[in-house]
Design a binder for this molecule. Structure first.
Ligand code: MOS
Length: 769
């Protein structure tokens, strides 16, 4: 791997040879390379892409959660001036393949039949000359339903509870004899926790723009997986993947909601072909609640046994999650909680509750966020029961070995993160007695919790082209979902080719580019940067070979291994020359290589699987070591004793996530995550009408999220961590690390302020006492 580790520069004071200063792209707080475009309107998001002759589609969605569409009277709608057509199941049934749950968000296929399987399912698509006409026509459709009693979720008659091991082949992780541990425990805790349904409400709405050129399809859609979607679209539409292109140049917030392809995308492509027009559909905010994925509600039970030395000897974490009847979606975060501390024994179980609901899906740190809420609340509860400081209790149970597999953690910075965050937060000033800290009318509480996220890495490819001008062009079908991928990937290329950052131009978000994995599981930086490094290594090797060839100029005949490329200059033991002049002398216009990266321990056919639309990925508990990024998050909360207003004046998080490519973008990711943690702790909750299995608060007025005024200080400490085990780049993902644990930190702070445990999220004023 080309990039030098920033820590390996010899220290002159220690007798090493000082190196000439090289441009260090990696690790610098470079502003986003696309930041200007994003704030000046230059960034073109999928629904803004100018298309000539565009027609507009409006989704029509079901007003019941379960039943059959008997009739759909389209007379008034089609009579409206400017309506091009109404697409119903009569047009679609039998003409599309069933979605494949996985890359597709659900196997439920709207319009493939007359069945209605969840609230707000798509039942028709109106196509018109303008969006306004499409909206009006959609309102004129008259559906007639045969309604059946729906099951909403937990405790609903008709909902079916199944063990995840039976429904999805899940292996419930376990180790040792838990019951023996409880039989001999010095103290035992048992508690139930609940987390709510949450829906994706990124700034950018969900949209699809489909353009056919003969039998070639281009789809502009905000996506975290252009390569996977291309193949899934081709399959559903029964065309060759080579004729499908998915473009997603900018994405206005994704967070897992734009990872799996939902029903709208293929349907709009089908409708565009059906009406013979390029077609755009922007789902409304309300439709975003029912036609896409969501974080499912969970119920969890934790049992914890400790011995006389406050060591956890038995840990039981059972979870139940709601899913649709069609698909066994699960997150199963007890496979993460079950390995976080040095438990003597572990038992876990996961149940799925099948209800008349849309299939859930990924939402930022899908397994960790709900399950760490329970674990980290329970850790606080047990520490209190033992009259121990909660940080000391975690330190007592820290481990270098993953108890579920007996494999070593490749690095484990949990306690150093606690120490750094505690110091910055001022934990030492906390009076541990609940309700003891007050400030006028405000009850003050301080809490903390652990954060953990698997260091995932996937097969990836990237093309790098070096021009004689010194320009570096990078192409990869990865995605800029707001994380700063364009910036960190450009930094990697700049570092490897000794170029200034502004010499790099990167293209992402287009399935015609070299395939890259889904931008999910926080794998992209590690995976894509590794592929770029591979490509750059090939470019350098090729360049040096050609510059040292006979007659190539001043470097001819030299040993290629003595050449270097730094700061736009080619250097060797003797000569030094600008890259431009050196390439001109050797008659080279450009050098171009494809880098293919396959993570250690993966079979070489991983790149083939990627080319077929898959994402071969590993990390976390898989493989020979346990690989995780970790952190510790702290919150101070204030509760007004009369109004019960809950404020969070400050949050502090310390995180260790391997090599930090860019502290500016890293900090933004972690801050954003911590803010989402606050949102999840105190505000976000999708409310369902339990009689009708319908979502009540499908708008931003009633689905609460924080605004600027709700957020106080958010301090992020980036802990240095060197961990190249299994990943030579040393990068661990951090996009999803920041919101893990913050819900528990806030719940623990609320307990500290009030003496009342909050085991159900969100914590609202009406649930405080
Ligand atoms: Mo993330 S929920 O894996 O996009």
């Amino acid at each position: 791997m080309s990039p030098r580790d920033p820590t390996d520069t010899p220290d002159p004071a220690a007798g090493g040879q000082p190196r000439p200063p090289a441009p260090r792209s990696i690790g610098t707080p470079a502003p986003r390379v696309d930041g200007r475009a994003k704030v000046t309107g230059g960034a073109v998001y999928p629904a803004d892409t100018p298309i000539a002759g565009l027609a507009h589609a409006m989704l029509v969605t079901a007003g019941i959660a379960r039943g059959r569409l008997l009739r759909l009277d389209t007379t008034a709608a089609t009579a409206l001036d400017g309506v091009i057509g109404v697409l119903t199941h009569d047009d679609v049934a039998g003409r599309m393949e069933t979605p494949r749950f996985g890359v597709a968000a659900s196997s439920m296929a709207p319009l493939h039949d007359r069945m209605i399987r969840h609230d707000g399912q798509i039942i028709a698509v109106v196509v018109a000359e303008t969006p306004e006409i499409a909206v009006e026509a959609a309102a004129l459709l008259r559906p007639d339903y045969e309604t059946e009693e729906p099951a909403t979720g937990f405790d609903s008659p008709g909902a079916e509870t199944v063990a995840a091991k039976d429904a999805a082949g899940r292996r419930d992780p376990a180790m040792g004899d838990v019951e023996a541990a409880f039989a001999t425990a010095a103290r035992v805790l048992e508690a139930d926790y609940e987390t709510p349904t949450q829906h994706h409400n990124a700034i950018e709405l969900f949209s699809t723009t489909a353009v056919w050129d003969g039998d070639h399809l281009t789809v502009h859609d905000p996506s975290q997986n252009v390569n996977g979607w291309r193949h899934e679209l081709a399959r559903q539409l029964r065309i060759d993947p080579g004729r499908v292109r998915v473009v997603s140049t900018f994405v206005g917030g994704a967070f897992g909601g734009k990872g799996p392809m939902t029903g709208r995308t293929a349907l709009i492509a089908f409708a565009a072909r059906h009406v013979g027009r390029p077609l755009r559909c922007v789902a409304t905010r309300a439709q975003g609640f029912t036609t896409t994925t969501y974080r499912a509600e969970t119920r969890q039970t934790i049992r914890m046994a400790v011995d006389g030395e406050a060591r956890i000897t038995g840990f039981v974490h059972n979870g139940a999650e709601v899913t649709s009847r069609a698909d066994p979606y699960l997150v199963g975060g007890n496979s993460v909680t079950g390995r976080l501390y040095g438990y003597g024994s572990v038992a876990t179980r996961l149940d799925l509750v099948r209800a008349d609901r849309a299939t859930p899906g990924y939402m930022r740190s899908p397994p960790e966020t709900p399950y760490l809420f329970a674990l980290e609340s329970a850790m606080d509860e047990m520490a209190e029961a033992l009259s121990m400081d909660p940080i000391d209790f975690r330190r007592r149970n820290d481990t270098l070995i993953d108890p579920l597999t007996n494999r070593a953690y490749s690095s484990r910075m949990l306690m150093p993160c606690y120490d750094a965050a505690a110091l910055a937060f001022g934990w030492a000033d906390r009076d541990p007695r609940p309700g003891s800290m007050q400030d006028g009318d405000w009850l003050v509480g301080m809490g903390c919790a652990s954060a953990v996220y698997p260091a995932n890495i996937a097969a990836a490819t990237a093309r790098v082209r070096l021009l004689a001008s010194g320009a570096v062009l990078v192409d990869t079908a990865s995605h800029e979902i707001g994380t700063g991928l364009r910036t960190v990937a450009s930094q990697m290329a700049a570092e490897c080719l000794g170029a200034p950052l502004d010499a790099v131009t990167i293209q992402v978000g287009d399935s015609d580019l070299p395939p890259a994995p889904v931008s999910g599981g926080s794998n992209s930086t590690a995976s894509v940067c590794s592929a770029i490094a591979r490509a750059c290594d090939a470019v350098r090797a090729d360049l040096f070979a050609r510059l040292t060839a006979p007659g190539a100029g001043p470097f001819a005949g030299m040993d290629a291994a003595t050449l270097d490329l730094t700061d736009g200059r080619v250097t060797a033991d003797g000569p030094s020359m600008s890259l431009h002049d050196a390439m001109a002398a050797a008659g080279i216009a450009a050098i171009d290589h494809l880098g293919e990266f396959v993570p250690d321990g993966m079979t070489p056919d991983a790149v083939d699987k990627l080319r077929q639309g898959g994402t071969p990925m590993r990390g976390g508990g898989s493989g020979d070591m346990a690989r995780y990024a970790m952190g510790a998050v702290f919150a101070e909360i204030r509760i007004h004793r009369r109004t019960l207003d809950i404020r969070v004046p400050r949050m502090v998080g310390a995180f260790a996530a391997g090599r930090i490519m860019n502290p500016l973008t890293a900090r933004s990711q972690l801050q954003g995550g911590m803010i989402w943690g606050l949102s999840a702790a105190l505000m976000e909750e999708t409310v369902l009408d339990r009689r009708a299995a319908r979502i009540v608060n499908r708008d931003l007025e009633n689905y609460l999220m924080p605004v600027n005024a709700d957020i106080g200080a958010v301090d992020v400490i980036l802990m240095p961590e060197h961990d190249t085990a299994g990943n030579p780049s040393g990068i661990k993902g951090l996009g999803e690390l920041g919101n893990v644990g913050m819900t528990a930190a806030i719940a623990n702070a609320v307990h500290h302020a009030t003496g009342r445990r909050q085991r159900r999220l969100p914590i609202r004023p009406d649930r405080l006492f």
